[in-house]
Write a protein that binds this ligand. Structure first.
Ligand code: GRF
Length: 358
């Protein structure tokens, strides 16, 4: 068994040698960099994806001093030697090189990786200009990988230090206009303990909707907000009423399950990045209220459902998860929608359960 005390990070020169050896074998070295001061599942999945882009993965790890510069005086949570050792223990990671600058520019110049992986909402254009120039000079291919939603070190720290919230069920404010099958699925998932949550408000714009009936039968705090007959309208006073109900109920997250009116300010900002919608298509394809009929009209052979974050644009926020559903010969909109909904009933609670466990 290797002596753990004997662990030492790789030097930049060793990483370069690894790159040269791979090059001779016609293989590729992937490089990424970061602070990694509290390793979580998001990191592990991200590093695994990065490793799969080539044949070996080297991680540039910011030194303690550079993490402090980047993240403030309370970081890093773990010292650089420990951070390096934990990272090096991951199956996806072939080597860890500690670097002292805030940026990895010099390390990129020294290693000249074949592929550079970066996580998050970056585009090649929004990378640090120094790093980008070094990558371009080395002929490195840049790959942006999506981060696992909800996972972040900052969030974990928030939760650990906020004793009030720690271990509490997620408080859901659920909005719906229709049959309410997704509401029922959420209730079931909570009952089965697959989802650690509590529905603190169930709000509908239709007094006689299945959604509201289910909410009432289940003894949930159920509210009808009268927004008028025209479903394209959602006037300011009705929006404010919904916001007030959600805030008074102390909702952490707003879940839209077939809520047919368009949310606007101030609701959007009050729950920014905390409003989730379930939509019956594989977004970005087939946005809008007639998505199920539209895929049939277009003669598609496959559709599905999407859980995504809500912003001011219709059905266009960040996609959190999707499931495909085949379209069968002879399907009409009702049959197809019923099969899509079956998948929604699994996907929506799953996304919310993961949100909690981030
Ligand atoms: C679902 O298909 C959802 O994707 C869409 O509206 C439908 C709501 O169904 N946005 P239900 O009211 O939950 O049964």
């Amino acid at each position: 068994m290797p002596d753990p005390a004997a662990y030492a990070p790789m030097s930049a020169a060793e990483a370069r040698r690894l790159r040269d050896t791979l090059q001779k074998q016609g293989k590729k070295l992937v490089f990424t960099n970061g602070c990694f001061d509290l390793l979580h599942a998001g990191h592990v999945r991200y590093l695994q994806q990065a490793r799969e882009l080539g044949d070996a993965l080297v991680v540039g790890l910011n030194s303690d001093a550079s993490v402090r510069e980047l993240k403030g005086p309370t970081r890093p949570l773990n010292r650089e030697r420990d951070r390096a050792e934990v990272l090096a223990g991951l199956r996806a990671v072939d080597g860890v090189v500690v670097f002292t600058d805030k940026r990895a520019t010099e390390l990129i110049e020294a290693i000249q990786p074949h592929i550079y992986a970066k996580g998050g909402d970056y585009t090649p254009e929004s990378l640090d200009p120094g790093e980008r120039a070094a990558l371009q000079k080395a002929g490195t291919q840049i790959q942006i990988l999506s981060l696992v939603p909800g996972r972040s070190t900052t969030k974990i720290i928030e939760r650990m230090t906020n004793a009030e919230d720690a271990g509490q069920p997620l408080r859901l404010g659920v909005l719906g206009s229709g049959a309410g099958s997704n509401l029922r699925a959420l209730i079931q998932a909570i009952h089965d303990q697959a989802l650690d949550a509590q529905i603190v408000a169930a709000i509908s714009d239709h007094a006689d909707s299945g959604f509201l009936r289910i909410a009432q039968q289940e003894g949930l705090p159920a509210y009808h907000v009268d927004a008028g007959k025209d479903p394209r309208r959602f006037d300011e006073s009705a929006q404010k009423k919904v916001l007030q109900l959600l805030q008074e109920a102390g909702a952490d997250i707003v879940v839209l399950t077939g809520f047919m009116r368009i949310l606007k300010e101030p609701l959007l900002s009050a729950f920014a990045d905390r409003i989730v919608n379930v939509h019956p298509s594989l977004l970005p394809a087939y946005k809008g209220a007639t998505a199920v009929q539209d895929v049939l009209d277009e003669g598609e052979i496959e559709t599905g459902c999407t859980v995504h974050l809500v912003n001011a644009d219709i059905d266009a926020g960040k996609i959190l998860a999707q499931v495909k559903v085949p379209i069968l010969i002879g399907d009409d909109a009702e049959q197809l929608h019923a099969r899509i909904k079956k998948q929604e009933h699994i996907l929506l609670p799953k996304v919310l359960a993961e949100w909690r466990r981030d």
